[in-house]
Design a protein around this ligand. Structure first.
Ligand code: FES
Length: 177
């Protein structure tokens, strides 16, 4: 069932107006769709984007499946994304991921049965100077330790989701610069 409201369409139109072609607005449009669909992009979301932008559905699917920041399956309320690249790896990322897995009782790439948390290995978060680094939603945690994980999970357990709103989806609409 279609989920784009009139407000969603207005947001997309404002994005389209910022680019020379509607196809060029595909990336930010997918962020909006991901937000509207609760943090992921089912086929209906991609179809709605294709219909509104007037681009082939295959183009939308191609872009959405290429980039890992677009989720192709339902996601946890709180996604703990831990960098596994070199700087973080040599500073204990693997141990941190293992600790997080044991604490939540899941493996990296899985979510807890209640959908509250997931642990994910991700590529460089751009915080190499303060490795190991992790992210939850748009918040960075640098020089992370097991104590960081303990506090994070305790704090997030009682908080609403922030992971479904990536920072890019909060870009100002046209005229708000
Ligand atoms: S290597 Fe982990 S943030 Fe860059």
């Amino acid at each position: 069932m279609a989920k784009f409201t009139e407000d969603t369409k207005r947001r997309l139109d404002a994005l389209i107006a910022r680019y020379p072609t509607s196809q060029a607005a595909l990336l930010p449009a997918l962020w909006v769709a991901q937000e509207v669909y609760g943090g992921w992009l089912p086929p209906e979301a991609m179809q709605e984007v294709a219909d509104h932008l007037g681009v082939p559905a295959s183009d939308v699917a191609g872009v959405a499946t290429f980039y890992t920041m677009y989720n192709k399956r339902p996601v946890a309320h709180h996604r703990i994304e831990i960098c596994q690249n070199v700087a973080c790896m040599v500073n204990g990322a693997d141990e941190l991921i293992g600790y997080c897995e044991r604490k939540l009782g899941i493996h990296a790439g899985e979510m807890t049965p209640d959908g509250s948390f997931s642990v994910e290995r991700v590529e460089c978060l751009g915080a190499c100077c303060h490795a190991p680094a992790l992210m939850v939603g748009s918040t960075y945690y640098e020089s992370a330790t097991e104590q960081t994980i303990d506090k994070l999970i305790a704090d997030l357990a009682n908080m609403p989701s922030e992971s479904v709103h990536p920072p890019q989806s909060q870009m100002p609409e046209q005229g708000e610069f």
